[in-house]
Design a protein around this ligand. Structure first.
Ligand SMILES: Cc1cc2nc3c(=O)[nH]c(=O)nc-3n(C[C@H](O)[C@H](O)[C@H](O)COP(=O)(O)OP(=O)(O)OC[C@H]3O[C@@H](n4cnc5c(N)ncnc54)[C@H](O)[C@@H]3O)c2cc1C
Length: 330
């Protein structure tokens, strides 16, 4: 859609079917909301999510140690927004449809066939091939497009898995007599415990903490995700050390919503583009970052708009090589 704003024709290829539902919610900060506003979807989106300004940091004694302004209308022009992924995805898809941008579902990129100074040819797992001036790989942390640019780089596990669930705010036991700030990140001996409202009225909350855990292969992570009893006991490790509000959350976990989030990052890459400059990666494919910042999707959004702006301004004075170097550096 960012490319479309500059009349750059593009086609999206997505491996999943259009019926796939995205789970969970995202925090979106003003850097990305500003861009979604340019697409004309922010006003609608903000009515469909939980708007907030600050994330409170507390210690195990419930003392507020810091307030982080994730969003603020006066400072940044926008509040922060916590919105279900599926809501955002639906808005983006509807906008793409309205703009006439084709999305081809169940089409999995496989490999680059050839690259020249004129363009790139690439193949899908169904055996078909396409060619284009540029191929942009916005295909996530396990990007196959990245393999073409840096074949030996693999995402690095940080040794930590987050365990999360979606619970009811009404089940929490708040300390009496104070206006308890949410979202909150409580820090104690056990690490961090996060409570973040979601849904328009914030009646549902994400609850999460993290545990050191050995790296698993795909089957191992799937098995851990499926083992709700194991997840529950991991989640409740040393729960007596958390303040009462966290304990009350842990006592009221809807086990079917238990989920895991192994922390992986993409090591810093020298280039986000191929030597021929016709294959470019962005978002998590290029720079999946530690999840605690709540910035991965926001930065992926920034990537797409900044890249589109540069591509639209290419000229003999601003060749593709220089533009891409500048884009990655900034
Ligand atoms: C539990 C959790 C919570 C998070 N919370 C936040 C948050 O609050 N705020 C925030 O900003 N970020 C958050 N993030 C990070 C955020 O989800 C990612 O940074 C963001 O989704 C990256 O976007 P992307 O488009 O680069 O990749 P993705 O969202 O991974 O999208 C990649 C797409 O490419 C498709 N694809 C993959 N391979 C192929 C292929 N070979 N061919 C065709 N299609 C393919 C995939 O199906 C997918 O649709 C969170 C992440 C997790 C796991």
């Amino acid at each position: 859609m960012a490319l479309h704003q500059y009349n750059i024709h593009c086609i999206l290829y997505e491996l999943r079917p259009s019926s796939t539902k995205a789970g969970g919610a995202l925090m979106i900060s003003p850097n990305a909301l500003r861009l979604l506003d340019r697409l004309g979807i922010y006003e609608d989106l903000k009515l469909k999510g939980y708007n907030f300004e600050r994330i409170a940091f507390k210690n195990a004694e419930e003392v507020t140690t810091d307030l982080y302004y994730f969003g603020d209308e006066h400072l940044y022009g926008y509040q922060g927004l916590r919105v279900y992924r599926q809501v955002l995805l639906t808005e983006l898809r509807n906008t793409a449809t309205r703009l006439g941008i084709p999305i081809v579902y169940e089409k999995k990129f496989s490999h680059i066939v050839s690259e020249s100074t004129e363009g790139v040819a690439f193949a899908f797992t169904d055996g078909s091939t396409r060619s284009a001036d540029l191929l942009l790989g916005a295909n996530g942390i396990h990007s196959l497009v990245r393999k073409y640019i840096v074949p030996n780089i693999v995402p690095k596990y940080m040794g930590v898995v987050a365990i999360t669930c979606a619970a009811r705010k009404a089940a929490l036991q708040f300390p009496a007599g104070i206006d308890y700030p949410l979202p909150v990140s409580i820090h104690g001996e056990n690490g961090a415990f996060v409570i973040a409202p979601q849904g328009v009225d914030g009646g549902e909350i994400l609850v999460g903490t993290q545990q050191a855990y050995p790296e698993q292969d795909r089957a191992g992570w799937d098995a851990l995700f499926a083992d709700k009893g194991r997840l529950l006991s991991l989640f409740r490790t040393d729960m007596q050390d958390w303040p009462r509000i966290a304990q009350s959350a842990l006592e009221n976990i809807p086990t079917d919503t238990l989920s895991i989030w192994p922390f992986y990052v993409v090591p810093k890459l020298e280039h986000w583009y191929s030597p021929g400059k016709r294959v470019i990666i962005l978002g998590d494919a290029a720079h999946a970052i530690p999840p605690s910042a709540g910035q991965g999707a926001c930065q992926a959004t920034e990537d797409s708009f900044t890249l589109a702006t540069l591509l639209a301004r290419l000229s003999s004075k601003v060749p593709l090589d220089d533009a891409l170097d500048f884009w990655q550096r900034k």
